[in-house]
Design a protein around this ligand. Structure first.
Ligand code: GLN
Ligand code: ZN
Length: 751
C-alpha cells in the first residue's frame, strides 16, 4: 500500500525559520540569507520523508508565514495599500502578514484568523472591486522544481479555490460569484505551468468542505472543479479534505472527475459511514487519513487496520488525517522524557514510520507480525497515571457549583462602588514585553545557574518596574507583567500534577510564533499555589488594583496535547477544579480583580453548528463558571479571548458569567459590536483598541476613533479600554508609546 503526507512541519527542527525571519525583520541578514535558510529547511523536510519511504510527499507546503497568504500572493490578491509601499516582493508579502511602519508608509496587517479548529492562524485574503486576480507568482512551480533537484518527486499541495474563496473577505461590492470564474481559470493556468515541469499529481486542500454547506456552496464547488477537471493537462488531481467529514457534498465530490479523494477518518465522524454506505468509485484512489495529524499519541494499529478493512475500497493510500504542521518535528529532540513516556508518543517523524508500518501490515496476516505486536503492547492496560482523589472531586461536583451568586447586575453595582474606577477604565491583557533579560532569568533558573532567591529577586524587580511604568503611563487596572511565564499554558502545566513537558516540541501558531504545548499525561491537580506570590507582591507595590492573572481550564486543555483515554469534558473539569483553588487563594490574599484567560475557548468549537452546544459549549461554559463561582460578589472576574470570532455564540460567552471580557477586535473592523448590541450582551467589554500582533504604534486619534465606534454600540458604563492581547511579543519602546496613546485616548473621551 502507498503512503501520503498532506504537509510537513516547516519551521525547521530547531525553529530555524523563526530565528532567520526575525533577523531579517531586524535587518541583520539579507533576503538571500533568509531564502537560503528556507531552502535548507525545505530540503531537510523532503529528504526526511523520502528516507522514510513515503510515496506521496508534498511540496509547496512550506511558507514564510502562511499558506493562505501564499495563495493570495500567488494570484496577485494584494490590496493596493501594500502595493503602494513600493517594497520588494517579499517585503510586500511580510507587510501583508505583519503590517508595515517605516519610511515608506504605515499600514496595518491583514486580518488573522484561526485555521478551522486548530491553533494555527491564517491571514484573511482581501478582495476588493479593483483586485485583479492573475497568476503572478511561481512559488508552487519553483518549489516543485527545487524538490526535484533535491531528488524528491513531489505532489504540489495548494489551498483549493473553494476554501480560498470561502475564507476571503470581500471589502467592496463584489461577491464570490463575481470572481470565482477568473480565480478558477488562474488555477487552471497554474496546473498547466506545473504540468510543463512534469508534475504528476496536484493536491487541492479543501478543508472547508467539512463545514455545513448549502446549495449555493455546492454549486460553487461543482462549477470550480468542473472547470479545473476539464483542464487537467495530464496532471492527476487529488481533492484533499480534513478536520471532519464531507457529508454535505460527498455525492457531488465522488461524481466529479477527481483521480483521488482524501478523507479524514480521525475527525470525520461520518467518513466511514459515507464510504461504506454510499460507496466509493472504483476508478478513484482513496487517500485514507488514519494517522492523526493533530495528536502526539502513537497510532493504535489495530484500530487503523480495522478501518482499512471496513472501508472495503481496493485502491487505498494510507495518509495523515491532516497536515503534520500541527505536530512537532521529532521525538529525537527529547532527551529528558524517559522511554516509559516516549514510547507512547509520535511526532511528525515518528508518524512517517507509522504510515509505513500500517501500509506494510494492511492486507497481511498482521496478528503475528512483530511491528503489530509491539504496537499493541502499548495499548494493553492503562498507562496514564491516576489520582483517585481528583476523580472523586470531579464526581462530587453539583449543579450549584456552576452558579455564581448574586447575579451579575447586582455584582456590577457592588464592584463599581468598591473599585471606584474612572469611566472607560484602562487596562492591559496581562503580559509585558518578554525582553531578553526576562527570558535569560528564566532559562538560567531552569538550568540551575541561578538560585530560586536570585530568580525571584529578579522577577520582583521587574514587577516593581512594570508597576511603576503602568502608574506613570496612567493605567487604571494594573498587571504584574507575567515575567515568570514562558507561555500561558505551559506555565500552569508545569505547576499542575498530571503534566509532562517536552524540550523542543514546537508547533507553529502563526508566522514566526511557535508554541510548545505541554502534554496531559494523567489526572490533573494543583501542587501548591501558583501565582499568589507574584500577584501579592505586585499589589504591594501600588494602591491601584492589580489583576491576578490565570489561564482558564478550556484554554489549558485546548493548548495542551490532551489525553485520549478519558473524555475532554472530564479533563477540563479536573483542570477547572485546580484553577478554582488558585482563584480562591488569590482572593484570600487580597487580589480583588482576577482575570481568567480563555484565549482559546473557541478553538475546539465543532466545525458544524449542529454540534456546537451538545458537543462543546454545554460543558465548556459551565466549566468556566465552576472556576469562579465561589468568589465574593465584590471580586471582579475578568476573562480574555483572542479573536472576536464569537459573534455567533454571544449568548454562550455571556453565560460564562464573567464581569468583564476583553478581546481582539482591531483586526476585524469591530464587526462584533453590532452583535453584542443585538444580543443585549451583559458582560462589561473591552474590545481591543489596537493590534498587538504588529509592532506598529497606534495614534491617539486612531484609538479615539475606534472608541467612538464602540461607544455607538456599547453603553459607556460597560466599556473598557485596552489593547487586544498580551504585550509579551512586543518591544518596550513601542509598548510604552502605544499605551501612552491609549491612556491619552481614554482621557480624551472621558473629557
Ligand atoms: N494574559 C495573557 C497575556 O497577556 C493572555 C495571552 C493571550 O490571550 N494569548 O499574554
Ligand atoms: Zn489574546
Amino acid at each position: 500500500m502507498n503512503t501520503s503526507v498532506i504537509g510537513y512541519p516547516r519551521i525547521g527542527k530547531d525553529r530555524e525559520l523563526k530565528f532567520a525571519s526575525e533577523k531579517f525583520f531586524r535587518g541583520e541578514i539579507s533576503e538571500a540569507e533568509l531564502r537560503d535558510v528556507a531552502k535548507s529547511i525545505r530540503r531537510e523536510d523532503l529528504l526526511k520523508q523520502k528516507e522514510a519511504g513515503i510515496t506521496y510527499i508534498s511540496s509547496n507546503d512550506f511558507s514564510f508565514y502562511d499558506n493562505v497568504l501564499d495563495t493570495a500572493f500567488l494570484f496577485g490578491i494584494v490590496p493596493q495599500r501594500y502595493k503602494d509601499l513600493g517594497l520588494t516582493d517579499l517585503g510586500t508579502y511580510f507587510a501583508m502578514a505583519r503590517g508595515y511602519q517605516g519610511d515608506k508608509g504605515n499600514v496595518k496587517a491583514l486580518a488573522m484568523k484561526k485555521w478551522f479548529n486548530t491553533n494555527y492562524h491564517y491571514l484573511v485574503p482581501e478582495i476588493d472591486d479593483d483586485t485583479v486576480i492573475s497568476l503572478t507568482g511561481s512559488k508552487p512551480v519553483d518549489e516543485f522544481v527545487e524538490a526535484k533537484e533535491s531528488g524528491v518527486t513531489t505532489k504540489t499541495a495548494i489551498v483549493g479555490p473553494f476554501t480560498f474563496l470561502k475564507l476571503a473577505r470581500f471589502t467592496g461590492t463584489k461577491k464570490i460569484a463575481d470572481v470565482s470564474g477568473i480565480l478558477t481559470s488562474e488555477y487552471v493556468k497554474l496546473v498547466s505551468a506545473l504540468a510543463g515541469k512534469g508534475l504528476e499529481l496536484i493536491e487541492f486542500d479543501e478543508p472547508y468542505l467539512v463545514r455545513d454547506l448549502n446549495g449555493e456552496d455546492i454549486e460553487l464547488f461543482r462549477n470550480i472543479y468542473s472547470e479545473i477537471l476539464a483542464n487537467k493537462n495530464g496532471v492527476k488531481v487529488l481533492l484533499q479534505t480534513y478536520f471532519g467529514d464531507i457529508r454535505d457534498i460527498y455525492k457531488d465530490v465522488t461524481s466529479l472527475d477527481f483521480d483521488a479523494i482524501g478523507l479524514d477518518f480521525i475527525e470525520g465522524k461520518k467518513t466511514l459511514e459515507l464510504v461504506s454506505g454510499s460507496g466509493f468509485p472504483a476508478d478513484k484512489t482513496l487517500f485514507a487519513g488514519i494517522v492523526n495529524g493533530k495528536n502526539i499519541w502513537r497510532n493504535d494499529y489495530k484500530k487503523s487496520l480495522d478501518i482499512l478493512k471496513d472501508i472495503g475500497v481496493s485502491d487505498v493510500v494510507v495518509s495523515t488525517s491532516c497536515s503534520l504542521l500541527h505536530v512537532p518535528y521529532t521525538l529525537a529532540g527529547e532527551t529528558k522524557l524517559g522511554d516509559e513516556y516516549t514510547k507512547h508518543l509520535a511526532f511528525a517523524e515518528e508518524k512517517l514510520a507509522e504510515l509505513k508500518d500500517i501500509a506494510a501490515l494492511a492486507g497481511t496476516d498482521y496478528e503475528s507480525e512483530e511491528a503489530f505486536r509491539k504496537n499493541q503492547e502499548l495499548f494493553s492496560g492503562r498507562v496514564n497515571s491516576e489520582d483517585k482523589e481528583v476523580q472523586a472531586a470531579v464526581a462530587a461536583i453539583t449543579e450549584a457549583d456552576y452558579v455564581r451568586l448574586p447575579v451579575r447586575s447586582e455584582r456590577e453595582k457592588i464592584q463599581k462602588d468598591k473599585l471606584a474606577l474612572p469611566k472607560f477604565p484602562t487596562t492591559t491583557i496581562g503580559s509585558f514585553p518578554q525582553t531578553p533579560d526576562v527570558r535569560k532569568n528564566r532559562q538560567e533558573f531552569k538550568k540551575g545557574l541561578k538560585t530560586r532567591e536570585e530568580y525571584v529577586e529578579f522577577n520582583k524587580q521587574k514587577i516593581a518596574e512594570c508597576i511603576r511604568l503602568q502608574e506613570q503611563i496612567g493605567l487604571d487596572v494594573l498587571v504584574h507583567g507575567e515575567f515568570e511565564r514562558n507561555d500561558m499554558v505551559e506555565y500552569f502545566g508545569e505547576n499542575l500534577n498530571g503534566y509532562i513537558f517536552t524540550e523542543k516540541a514546537w508547533v507553529q501558531s502563526y508566522g514566526t510564533r511557535n508554541v510548545k504545548p505541554p502534554i496531559i499525561w494523567g489526572d490533573v491537580s494543583r501542587k501548591a499555589p501558583i501565582t499568589v506570590e507574584w500577584s501579592k507582591f505586585a499589589q504591594s507595590c501600588t494602591d491601584k488594583p492589580v489583576k491576578g492573572m490565570l489561564t482558564g481550564p478550556v484554554t489549558i486543555l485546548n493548548w495542551s496535547f490532551p489525553r485520549e483515554d478519558i473524555s475532554i469534558k472530564e479533563s477540563i473539569l479536573q483542570i477547572a477544579l485546580a484553577i478554582r483553588d488558585e482563584v480562591l487563594d488569590l482572593e484570600a490574599n487580597g487580589i480583588g480583580i482576577i482575570q481568567i484567560d480563555e484565549a482559546a475557548l473557541r478553538e475546539k468549537l465543532p466545525l458544524r453548528k449542529s454540534d456546537w452546544y451538545s458537543e462543546y459549549l454545554d460543558f465548556t461554559i459551565p466549566a468556566f463558571r465552576l472556576v469562579h463561582s465561589k468568589v465574593k460578589p465584590e471580586t471582579q472576574i475578568h476573562t480574555h479571548m483572542c479573536y472576536s470570532e464569537f459573534t455567533d455564540i454571544i449568548p454562550a460567552i455571556d453565560a460564562m458569567d464573567a464581569d468583564v471580557i476583553t478581546f481582539e477586535a482591531s483586526r476585524s473592523d469591530l464587526q462584533i459590536l453590532d452583535s453584542l448590541k443585538e444580543n443585549n450582551f451583559e458582560t462589561e467589554v473591552g474590545p481591543g483598541v489596537y493590534d498587538i500582533h504588529s509592532p506598529r504604534v497606534p495614534s491617539v486619534e486612531e484609538i479615539v476613533s475606534a472608541l467612538t465606534k464602540m461607544r455607538a454600540k456599547i453603553d459607556d458604563s460597560k466599556l473598557w479600554v485596552n489593547p487586544d492581547c498580551g504585550l509579551k511579543t512586543r518591544g518596550n519602546e513601542e509598548t510604552v508609546k502605544s499605551l501612552t496613546n491609549l491612556v491619552a485616548a481614554a482621557k480624551q473621551i472621558r473629557g
